[in-house]
Design a protein around this ligand. Sequence first.
Ligand code: MRU
Length: 366
Amino acid sequence: MAGIESLLRELEGLEEYLKVKPLYFDLDTGEFVWLDTRLLPFEEVYRRTRDYRRVADAIREMEIRGAPAIGVSAAFAMALAARESRARSVEDLIRDLEEARSLLASTRPTAFNLFWALDRVMERIRATASTGDPGLVREAVLEEAFRIYVEDVRGNVEMGRIGSRLIEDGDTVLTHCNTGALATAGFGTALGVIRYAWYEGKSIKVITTETRPVLQGARLNVWELKKEGIPFKLIVDGAVGLVFRRGMADKAIVGADRIILTGHTANKIGTYQVALAAWHNGKPFYVAAPTSTIQPVEDPGSIVIEERSPDEVRMVMGKYPITLGDVEVYNPSFDVTPPELVTAFITERGIVEKPFKENLARLLQG
Ligand code: MRU
Protein backbone atom coordinates (compact mmCIF):
# COMPACT_ATOMS: atom_id res chain seq x y z
CA MET A 1 0.00 0.00 0.00
CA ALA A 2 2.98 2.33 0.57
CA GLY A 3 3.58 2.27 -3.19
CA ILE A 4 -0.01 3.29 -3.89
CA GLU A 5 0.16 6.10 -1.35
CA SER A 6 3.23 7.61 -2.97
CA LEU A 7 1.57 7.32 -6.40
CA LEU A 8 -1.50 9.12 -5.05
CA ARG A 9 0.72 11.87 -3.67
CA GLU A 10 2.24 12.27 -7.12
CA LEU A 11 -1.28 12.51 -8.54
CA GLU A 12 -2.09 15.29 -6.08
CA GLY A 13 0.80 17.23 -7.60
CA LEU A 14 -0.90 16.91 -11.00
CA GLU A 15 -4.34 17.99 -9.69
CA GLU A 16 -4.36 21.25 -11.70
CA TYR A 17 -4.36 19.15 -14.89
CA LEU A 18 -7.16 16.87 -13.69
CA LYS A 19 -10.21 19.10 -13.95
CA VAL A 20 -12.02 16.16 -15.51
CA LYS A 21 -11.58 12.83 -13.70
CA PRO A 22 -12.82 10.24 -16.19
CA LEU A 23 -11.92 7.19 -14.07
CA TYR A 24 -10.38 6.22 -10.74
CA PHE A 25 -10.19 3.48 -8.14
CA ASP A 26 -12.00 4.18 -4.87
CA LEU A 27 -9.76 2.68 -2.18
CA ASP A 28 -12.42 3.20 0.51
CA THR A 29 -15.05 1.05 -1.20
CA GLY A 30 -12.80 -1.12 -3.39
CA GLU A 31 -14.75 0.00 -6.47
CA PHE A 32 -13.61 1.08 -9.90
CA VAL A 33 -15.39 4.28 -10.92
CA TRP A 34 -15.83 5.81 -14.38
CA LEU A 35 -17.71 8.57 -16.14
CA ASP A 36 -20.16 7.00 -18.60
CA THR A 37 -19.15 8.75 -21.84
CA ARG A 38 -22.17 7.35 -23.71
CA LEU A 39 -24.37 9.87 -21.90
CA LEU A 40 -22.24 12.97 -22.51
CA PRO A 41 -22.67 15.87 -23.19
CA PHE A 42 -26.19 15.73 -21.74
CA GLU A 43 -25.68 13.83 -18.47
CA GLU A 44 -22.62 13.37 -16.22
CA VAL A 45 -23.14 9.97 -14.64
CA TYR A 46 -20.43 8.06 -12.79
CA ARG A 47 -20.73 4.24 -12.65
CA ARG A 48 -19.10 2.02 -10.01
CA THR A 49 -18.37 -1.68 -9.74
CA ARG A 50 -16.37 -4.36 -7.96
CA ASP A 51 -16.93 -6.76 -10.86
CA TYR A 52 -14.26 -6.94 -13.57
CA ARG A 53 -16.85 -8.35 -15.99
CA ARG A 54 -18.81 -5.10 -15.69
CA VAL A 55 -15.65 -3.16 -16.62
CA ALA A 56 -15.24 -5.43 -19.67
CA ASP A 57 -18.85 -4.62 -20.69
CA ALA A 58 -18.25 -0.90 -20.15
CA ILE A 59 -15.23 -1.04 -22.48
CA ARG A 60 -17.05 -3.11 -25.11
CA GLU A 61 -20.10 -0.85 -25.06
CA MET A 62 -17.92 2.29 -25.07
CA GLU A 63 -19.00 3.74 -21.73
CA ILE A 64 -15.21 3.86 -21.40
CA ARG A 65 -13.36 4.50 -24.66
CA GLY A 66 -10.11 5.92 -26.04
CA ALA A 67 -7.06 3.65 -26.14
CA PRO A 68 -5.28 4.88 -22.97
CA ALA A 69 -8.51 4.93 -20.91
CA ILE A 70 -9.25 1.39 -22.06
CA GLY A 71 -5.76 0.23 -20.99
CA VAL A 72 -5.92 1.85 -17.55
CA SER A 73 -9.45 0.54 -16.92
CA ALA A 74 -8.42 -2.98 -17.89
CA ALA A 75 -5.53 -2.80 -15.40
CA PHE A 76 -7.93 -1.80 -12.61
CA ALA A 77 -10.32 -4.55 -13.74
CA MET A 78 -7.49 -7.04 -13.18
CA ALA A 79 -7.16 -5.67 -9.64
CA LEU A 80 -10.90 -6.27 -9.14
CA ALA A 81 -10.49 -9.83 -10.44
CA ALA A 82 -7.62 -10.43 -8.01
CA ARG A 83 -9.74 -9.16 -5.09
CA GLU A 84 -12.75 -11.23 -6.15
CA SER A 85 -10.81 -14.49 -6.51
CA ARG A 86 -11.13 -16.84 -3.52
CA ALA A 87 -7.93 -18.67 -4.55
CA ARG A 88 -5.72 -19.73 -1.64
CA SER A 89 -2.67 -20.52 -3.73
CA VAL A 90 -0.76 -18.34 -6.19
CA GLU A 91 -1.31 -20.95 -8.92
CA ASP A 92 -5.11 -20.82 -8.51
CA LEU A 93 -5.05 -17.03 -8.35
CA ILE A 94 -3.05 -16.85 -11.59
CA ARG A 95 -5.59 -19.18 -13.23
CA ASP A 96 -8.43 -16.82 -12.22
CA LEU A 97 -6.47 -13.81 -13.43
CA GLU A 98 -5.71 -15.44 -16.80
CA GLU A 99 -9.47 -15.91 -17.23
CA ALA A 100 -10.09 -12.23 -16.44
CA ARG A 101 -7.29 -11.25 -18.80
CA SER A 102 -8.77 -13.12 -21.72
CA LEU A 103 -12.23 -11.62 -21.19
CA LEU A 104 -10.79 -8.09 -21.03
CA ALA A 105 -8.55 -8.70 -24.06
CA SER A 106 -11.63 -9.64 -26.11
CA THR A 107 -13.35 -6.25 -25.69
CA ARG A 108 -11.70 -3.90 -28.24
CA PRO A 109 -9.17 -5.40 -30.69
CA THR A 110 -7.44 -2.29 -32.08
CA ALA A 111 -6.52 -0.29 -28.97
CA PHE A 112 -2.94 -1.41 -28.33
CA ASN A 113 -2.87 0.12 -24.83
CA LEU A 114 -5.33 -2.59 -23.76
CA PHE A 115 -2.88 -5.40 -24.51
CA TRP A 116 0.09 -3.40 -23.28
CA ALA A 117 -1.60 -2.79 -19.90
CA LEU A 118 -2.76 -6.40 -19.52
CA ASP A 119 0.74 -7.67 -20.35
CA ARG A 120 2.26 -5.31 -17.80
CA VAL A 121 -0.08 -6.50 -15.08
CA MET A 122 0.56 -10.18 -15.96
CA GLU A 123 4.32 -9.55 -15.88
CA ARG A 124 4.00 -8.02 -12.42
CA ILE A 125 1.92 -11.02 -11.30
CA ARG A 126 4.56 -13.43 -12.51
CA ALA A 127 7.32 -11.40 -10.84
CA THR A 128 5.47 -11.57 -7.49
CA ALA A 129 4.38 -15.21 -7.85
CA SER A 130 7.71 -16.50 -6.49
CA THR A 131 6.73 -15.18 -3.04
CA GLY A 132 4.09 -17.93 -2.97
CA ASP A 133 1.79 -15.46 -1.19
CA PRO A 134 -1.52 -14.75 -2.99
CA GLY A 135 -2.08 -11.71 -0.73
CA LEU A 136 1.12 -10.12 -2.04
CA VAL A 137 0.12 -10.88 -5.62
CA ARG A 138 -3.29 -9.21 -5.08
CA GLU A 139 -1.58 -6.10 -3.67
CA ALA A 140 0.93 -6.05 -6.53
CA VAL A 141 -1.85 -6.10 -9.16
CA LEU A 142 -3.57 -3.10 -7.58
CA GLU A 143 -0.29 -1.23 -7.25
CA GLU A 144 0.62 -1.91 -10.88
CA ALA A 145 -2.80 -0.62 -11.98
CA PHE A 146 -2.24 2.58 -9.98
CA ARG A 147 1.23 2.87 -11.50
CA ILE A 148 -0.18 2.60 -15.05
CA TYR A 149 -2.88 5.15 -14.12
CA VAL A 150 -0.49 7.75 -12.70
CA GLU A 151 2.04 7.20 -15.51
CA ASP A 152 -0.70 7.91 -18.03
CA VAL A 153 -1.66 11.23 -16.41
CA ARG A 154 1.98 12.26 -15.95
CA GLY A 155 2.82 11.22 -19.53
CA ASN A 156 -0.11 13.17 -20.95
CA VAL A 157 0.91 16.37 -19.20
CA GLU A 158 4.48 15.89 -20.45
CA MET A 159 3.20 15.17 -23.97
CA GLY A 160 1.17 18.37 -23.77
CA ARG A 161 4.23 20.38 -22.75
CA ILE A 162 6.35 18.87 -25.54
CA GLY A 163 3.65 19.06 -28.24
CA SER A 164 2.67 22.62 -27.43
CA ARG A 165 5.91 23.72 -29.11
CA LEU A 166 4.31 22.77 -32.43
CA ILE A 167 1.37 25.10 -31.89
CA GLU A 168 1.89 28.76 -32.76
CA ASP A 169 0.04 31.67 -31.24
CA GLY A 170 -2.98 32.27 -33.50
CA ASP A 171 -3.16 28.71 -34.88
CA THR A 172 -6.37 26.93 -35.75
CA VAL A 173 -5.93 23.22 -35.06
CA LEU A 174 -8.16 20.59 -36.59
CA THR A 175 -8.75 17.41 -34.61
CA HIS A 176 -10.71 14.20 -35.12
CA CYS A 177 -12.32 11.96 -32.49
CA ASN A 178 -11.96 12.59 -28.76
CA THR A 179 -8.44 12.43 -27.39
CA GLY A 180 -9.01 14.49 -24.27
CA ALA A 181 -9.28 13.67 -20.60
CA LEU A 182 -12.21 11.40 -21.46
CA ALA A 183 -10.03 9.16 -23.62
CA THR A 184 -7.27 8.72 -21.03
CA ALA A 185 -6.68 8.58 -17.28
CA GLY A 186 -6.72 12.37 -17.44
CA PHE A 187 -5.68 15.47 -19.45
CA GLY A 188 -5.58 13.80 -22.87
CA THR A 189 -3.21 13.21 -25.76
CA ALA A 190 -3.90 15.30 -28.90
CA LEU A 191 -6.47 17.38 -27.02
CA GLY A 192 -3.98 17.48 -24.14
CA VAL A 193 -1.45 19.15 -26.46
CA ILE A 194 -4.09 21.68 -27.52
CA ARG A 195 -5.10 22.16 -23.86
CA TYR A 196 -1.48 22.75 -22.81
CA ALA A 197 -0.99 25.40 -25.55
CA TRP A 198 -4.17 27.10 -24.27
CA TYR A 199 -2.89 27.00 -20.67
CA GLU A 200 0.33 28.64 -21.91
CA GLY A 201 -1.79 31.56 -23.05
CA LYS A 202 -1.61 30.94 -26.80
CA SER A 203 -4.56 32.34 -28.67
CA ILE A 204 -5.75 29.24 -30.51
CA LYS A 205 -8.91 27.92 -32.09
CA VAL A 206 -9.99 24.32 -32.62
CA ILE A 207 -11.98 22.74 -35.39
CA THR A 208 -13.37 19.38 -34.35
CA THR A 209 -15.09 16.89 -36.61
CA GLU A 210 -18.30 15.34 -35.31
CA THR A 211 -16.69 11.86 -35.78
CA ARG A 212 -19.42 9.62 -37.10
CA PRO A 213 -20.86 7.23 -36.09
CA VAL A 214 -20.34 7.44 -32.30
CA LEU A 215 -19.87 11.23 -32.38
CA GLN A 216 -16.89 11.50 -30.04
CA GLY A 217 -16.24 14.96 -31.54
CA ALA A 218 -19.79 16.32 -31.38
CA ARG A 219 -20.43 14.93 -27.90
CA LEU A 220 -17.11 14.65 -26.07
CA ASN A 221 -14.82 17.27 -27.64
CA VAL A 222 -17.62 19.80 -27.44
CA TRP A 223 -18.08 18.96 -23.73
CA GLU A 224 -14.34 19.22 -22.98
CA LEU A 225 -13.62 22.32 -25.08
CA LYS A 226 -16.60 24.19 -23.63
CA LYS A 227 -15.45 23.35 -20.09
CA GLU A 228 -12.02 24.85 -20.87
CA GLY A 229 -13.40 27.87 -22.73
CA ILE A 230 -11.26 27.08 -25.79
CA PRO A 231 -12.90 28.60 -28.90
CA PHE A 232 -13.98 25.94 -31.38
CA LYS A 233 -16.19 25.08 -34.31
CA LEU A 234 -17.86 21.74 -34.97
CA ILE A 235 -17.86 20.42 -38.54
CA VAL A 236 -19.25 17.31 -40.21
CA ASP A 237 -16.55 14.78 -41.11
CA GLY A 238 -17.08 15.49 -44.81
CA ALA A 239 -16.08 19.16 -44.39
CA VAL A 240 -12.41 18.42 -43.57
CA GLY A 241 -11.20 18.74 -47.19
CA LEU A 242 -12.95 22.07 -47.69
CA VAL A 243 -11.67 23.43 -44.38
CA PHE A 244 -8.06 22.74 -45.38
CA ARG A 245 -8.67 23.93 -48.96
CA ARG A 246 -9.97 27.25 -47.67
CA GLY A 247 -6.99 27.67 -45.34
CA MET A 248 -9.23 27.54 -42.27
CA ALA A 249 -6.95 25.09 -40.39
CA ASP A 250 -3.18 25.44 -39.93
CA LYS A 251 -2.49 21.86 -38.84
CA ALA A 252 -4.14 18.64 -37.73
CA ILE A 253 -3.36 16.89 -34.44
CA VAL A 254 -5.00 13.53 -33.77
CA GLY A 255 -4.47 10.64 -31.37
CA ALA A 256 -3.83 6.97 -32.05
CA ASP A 257 -5.11 3.57 -31.04
CA ARG A 258 -2.06 1.74 -32.32
CA ILE A 259 1.18 2.88 -33.91
CA ILE A 260 3.68 0.39 -35.27
CA LEU A 261 7.40 0.92 -35.81
CA THR A 262 7.00 1.83 -39.49
CA GLY A 263 4.82 4.76 -38.41
CA HIS A 264 1.54 3.26 -39.68
CA THR A 265 -1.11 4.67 -37.37
CA ALA A 266 -4.48 3.15 -36.57
CA ASN A 267 -6.93 5.76 -35.33
CA LYS A 268 -10.64 6.57 -35.52
CA ILE A 269 -12.22 5.97 -38.91
CA GLY A 270 -11.77 9.11 -41.01
CA THR A 271 -8.29 9.91 -39.73
CA TYR A 272 -6.72 8.80 -43.03
CA GLN A 273 -8.93 11.30 -44.87
CA VAL A 274 -7.87 14.06 -42.47
CA ALA A 275 -4.20 13.20 -43.16
CA LEU A 276 -4.79 13.20 -46.94
CA ALA A 277 -6.54 16.56 -46.84
CA ALA A 278 -3.76 18.09 -44.70
CA TRP A 279 -1.02 16.71 -46.95
CA HIS A 280 -2.75 17.80 -50.18
CA ASN A 281 -2.97 21.34 -48.82
CA GLY A 282 0.59 21.46 -47.48
CA LYS A 283 -0.38 21.41 -43.79
CA PRO A 284 1.32 19.38 -41.06
CA PHE A 285 -0.42 16.30 -39.66
CA TYR A 286 0.71 15.30 -36.17
CA VAL A 287 -0.13 12.18 -34.14
CA ALA A 288 0.00 12.55 -30.34
CA ALA A 289 0.13 9.33 -28.36
CA PRO A 290 1.93 7.82 -25.36
CA THR A 291 4.62 5.19 -25.92
CA SER A 292 2.13 2.63 -24.53
CA THR A 293 0.28 2.97 -27.87
CA ILE A 294 3.35 1.91 -29.89
CA GLN A 295 3.48 -1.78 -30.77
CA PRO A 296 7.02 -2.92 -31.57
CA VAL A 297 6.16 -4.71 -34.82
CA GLU A 298 6.67 -3.74 -38.46
CA ASP A 299 3.79 -5.35 -40.37
CA PRO A 300 0.87 -2.98 -41.04
CA GLY A 301 -1.16 -6.03 -42.11
CA SER A 302 -1.06 -7.24 -38.51
CA ILE A 303 -3.17 -4.29 -37.28
CA VAL A 304 -6.63 -5.59 -36.46
CA ILE A 305 -9.38 -3.18 -37.46
CA GLU A 306 -12.41 -3.45 -35.20
CA GLU A 307 -15.76 -3.65 -36.98
CA ARG A 308 -18.71 -2.55 -34.88
CA SER A 309 -22.46 -3.05 -35.02
CA PRO A 310 -24.29 -1.89 -38.19
CA ASP A 311 -26.82 -0.20 -35.90
CA GLU A 312 -24.19 2.44 -35.00
CA VAL A 313 -24.51 3.60 -38.63
CA ARG A 314 -28.24 2.96 -39.12
CA MET A 315 -29.16 4.97 -36.03
CA VAL A 316 -27.79 7.95 -34.13
CA MET A 317 -26.69 6.82 -30.65
CA GLY A 318 -28.87 3.71 -30.92
CA LYS A 319 -32.02 5.86 -30.75
CA TYR A 320 -32.86 7.74 -33.93
CA PRO A 321 -33.05 5.74 -37.18
CA ILE A 322 -31.54 7.56 -40.15
CA THR A 323 -32.01 4.82 -42.74
CA LEU A 324 -33.89 1.58 -43.26
CA GLY A 325 -33.41 -0.94 -40.46
CA ASP A 326 -32.25 -3.74 -42.78
CA VAL A 327 -29.76 -1.76 -44.86
CA GLU A 328 -26.40 -3.51 -45.32
CA VAL A 329 -23.63 -1.63 -43.51
CA TYR A 330 -19.82 -1.72 -43.31
CA ASN A 331 -18.72 -0.12 -40.04
CA PRO A 332 -14.95 -0.21 -39.49
CA SER A 333 -14.14 1.71 -36.33
CA PHE A 334 -10.58 2.62 -37.32
CA ASP A 335 -8.39 3.19 -40.36
CA VAL A 336 -4.64 3.14 -40.86
CA THR A 337 -2.80 6.29 -41.93
CA PRO A 338 0.44 5.49 -43.79
CA PRO A 339 3.64 7.04 -42.43
CA GLU A 340 4.28 9.25 -45.47
CA LEU A 341 1.30 11.37 -44.42
CA VAL A 342 2.49 11.81 -40.82
CA THR A 343 4.67 14.88 -40.19
CA ALA A 344 5.76 13.77 -36.71
CA PHE A 345 4.67 11.86 -33.61
CA ILE A 346 4.32 13.64 -30.29
CA THR A 347 5.00 11.38 -27.29
CA GLU A 348 5.75 11.88 -23.60
CA ARG A 349 9.40 11.10 -24.40
CA GLY A 350 9.76 13.63 -27.20
CA ILE A 351 8.84 14.46 -30.78
CA VAL A 352 9.63 11.71 -33.30
CA GLU A 353 10.45 12.70 -36.86
CA LYS A 354 11.38 10.63 -39.93
CA PRO A 355 12.90 8.10 -40.39
CA PHE A 356 10.18 6.67 -38.15
CA LYS A 357 11.41 3.06 -38.04
CA GLU A 358 14.75 3.92 -36.50
CA ASN A 359 13.46 6.75 -34.36
CA LEU A 360 10.41 4.95 -32.95
CA ALA A 361 12.54 1.89 -32.12
CA ARG A 362 15.07 4.13 -30.36
CA LEU A 363 12.27 5.86 -28.48
CA LEU A 364 10.92 2.55 -27.16
CA GLN A 365 14.38 1.42 -26.07
CA GLY A 366 14.82 4.72 -24.24
O1 MRU B 1 -13.57 4.09 -30.60
P1 MRU B 1 -12.86 4.98 -29.63
O2 MRU B 1 -13.68 6.16 -29.20
O3 MRU B 1 -12.29 4.22 -28.47
O4 MRU B 1 -11.66 5.54 -30.48
C1 MRU B 1 -10.78 6.46 -29.90
C2 MRU B 1 -9.83 7.02 -30.85
O5 MRU B 1 -9.76 6.65 -32.00
C3 MRU B 1 -8.91 8.03 -30.32
O6 MRU B 1 -8.56 8.95 -31.30
C4 MRU B 1 -7.65 7.27 -29.84
O7 MRU B 1 -7.97 6.24 -28.94
C5 MRU B 1 -6.71 8.12 -29.15
S1 MRU B 1 -7.37 8.49 -27.58
C6 MRU B 1 -6.27 9.31 -26.67
